[in-house]
Design a protein around this ligand. Structure first.
Ligand SMILES: Cc1cc2nc3c(=O)[nH]c(=O)nc-3n(C[C@H](O)[C@H](O)[C@H](O)COP(=O)(O)OP(=O)(O)OC[C@H]3O[C@@H](n4cnc5c(N)ncnc54)[C@H](O)[C@@H]3O)c2cc1C
Length: 455
């Protein structure tokens, strides 16, 4: 059966309060918003999806100095603004310098892999510049990130790869420092650590960043329509060159479309049903008892329990910890996460994993009384070959996609959103966007040769 004829996945229902993420505890006035009471019947550019990718595209479609006749742009979001993965993630802005890089080098060569690393690193400055320029209040904080290994064999293998990269004279590897077992325990304070690495990273409040970007775009002319589900995009354009788009509130005709639909891409572009798969993950906020002693951990973390088994963690400036992952605890139970779009429920097998997590993981937290205060799930768009899909949808002129950002969108999505905005607005080619070549969506990638999701 061809992917074109596969049944569409039902769109997920809005999340219940049960798994409300910490980031969405204080809502922006645009969270549920319709700029016009009715959906316009026609638009120049339609953005589908109000997460990081949709917000970045919207922001870049409305530059500060607009042309005299700016395009009509409508953004449709199925639920509340930033209620998908971006509003439910770990807030970790952490470029990957040497982890998945090994796989990219093996498959595509050093040059292509390094292009991805440099692209991710560039997000640190891009986001810093953006936040400064627009005066965005999103708790953006830069710090060192510790990459800690509890398994000596895995550490040794990684150390050999890091040494290989160093020998390629890559400037960014100067920022990667090795930590011995003693340093990993005494400087990073992780119990049972065998060693690790450190390098620069950051963290932020994703919901605040996205809602403020959207607010800027709305102030410059974006028509935001939340609680509007796109159910279908017509197979052909009208004689006037518009794609008919069926929504829960009627039909809108769009000259160009930007799909910022991440995990749910196949629900509107069924040809992506093998390439981008919804995958559910879990995240928590942990808080120490009021007045109890605990060690402030200004760095961010990845703590690796063995190959493919890790935890990601940031410390917020208020002292609380955002920590998630632990997917190895439920990976074998596919129903719990694979092709699962229900972020209104938790994941049984990992629900209690984070109870006592800080006490058993870190020196200095023994008497903290730390407890899970918020726990939530979110749905990622896993791509079969681990790479995002960005660019023009094959055989659909005027439809662009920025999706499939896995569990690693923060250092990838902002410039991907800018790229599709440029493609839609200025008709630039993918090659002219400056994106890594490997990100380009293509007919070939719709029938993936790799299955990195199930391994
Ligand atoms: C639990 C968890 C933890 C994570 N932690 C991190 C982290 O710490 N660091 C990191 O880099 N990445 C992390 N990620 C991944 C990161 O959040 C994502 O890669 C990124 O947010 C993707 O942004 P997006 O805009 O593409 O997707 P989303 O934020 O999911 O936005 C897509 C939006 O499109 C809407 N939509 C989809 N289909 C339709 C339709 N048919 N009609 C209307 N609207 C539609 C959805 O409702 C959704 O709001 C995590 C993800 C999860 C779930």
């Amino acid at each position: 059966m061809s992917s074109q004829s596969e049944p569409k996945r039902p769109f997920p229902q809005p999340a219940t309060g049960h798994t409300k993420s910490f980031w969405r505890t204080s809502l922006h006035p645009l969270d549920s918003h319709r700029e016009t009471p009715d959906l316009p019947s026609e638009t120049d550019i339609l953005i589908v999806g109000g997460g990081y990718a949709g917000a970045s595209a919207a922001y870049h479609l409305f530059p500060e100095n607009q042309t005299p006749n700016p395009p009509r742009v409508v953004l449709l979001e199925a639920r509340e603004l930033c209620s998908g993965a971006t509003g439910r993630n770990g807030g970790h802005l952490r470029p990957d310098l040497y982890s998945i890089t090994a796989q990219y080098i093996e498959r595509y060569g050093l040059e292509a892999a390094v292009e991805v690393v440099r692209f991710e690193i560039s997000h640190m400055k891009e986001i810093a510049d953006l936040v400064a320029k627009e005066g965005i209040d999103c708790d953006l904080t830069f710090s060192k990130s510790f990459d800690i290994y509890l398994d000596a064999a895995e550490l040794q293998k990684k150390k050999e790869f890091v040494d290989y990269l160093r020998n390629q004279n890559l400037d960014f590897m100067d920022d990667v420092k090795y930590l011995s077992e003693t340093e990993a325990q005494e400087i990073a304070h992780v119990r049972g650590a065998k060693g690790g690495f450190s390098f620069p990273a950051g963290h932020l409040w994703p919901y605040k960043l996205i809602t403020q970007l959207i607010a800027i775009a709305v102030s410059r002319g974006l028509n935001l329509q939340t609680h509007t589900v796109v159910s279908e995009i017509g197979q052909t354009r009208t004689a006037e060159g518009f794609w008919p788009v069926t929504t829960s509130r009627g039909t809108i005709h769009a000259r160009k479309i930007i799909l910022a639909t991440n995990a749910f891409t196949a629900s509107v572009a069924p040809e992506y049903s093998k390439a981008i798969i919804p995958a559910k993950g879990l995240c928590t906020q942990i808080v120490a008892s009021p007045g109890a002693p605990y060690r402030h951990l200004p760095e961010t973390y990845a703590i690796r329990h063995g190959p493919g088994a890790y935890i990601y963690q940031i410390s917020r400036n208020d002292g609380s910890i955002i920590v998630g992952g632990a997917s190895w605890t439920f990976k074998n139970d596919l129903e719990q996460w694979y092709n699962n779009t229900d972020d209104g429920t938790l994941i049984d097998k990992v629900e209690t994993y984070f109870d006592g997590y800080m006490q058993r993981t870190f020196f200095g937290w023994e008497d903290s009384g730390a407890e899970v205060k918020h726990i939530w799930t979110g749905v990622m768009g896993y791509s079969a070959d681990s790479l995002p899909h960005v660019g023009e949808v094959p055989n659909k002129p005027g439809q662009f996609l920025a999706a499939g950002f896995n569990g690693h969108g923060m250092p990838v999505v902002f410039l991907s959103g800018r790229a599709v905005a440029k493609m839609a607005l200025d008709s630039v080619s993918f090659g002219e966007t400056g994106l890594p070549k490997l990100f380009e969506t293509s007919r070939a990638r719709l029938d993936p040769v790799y299955d990195d999701i199930l391994g």
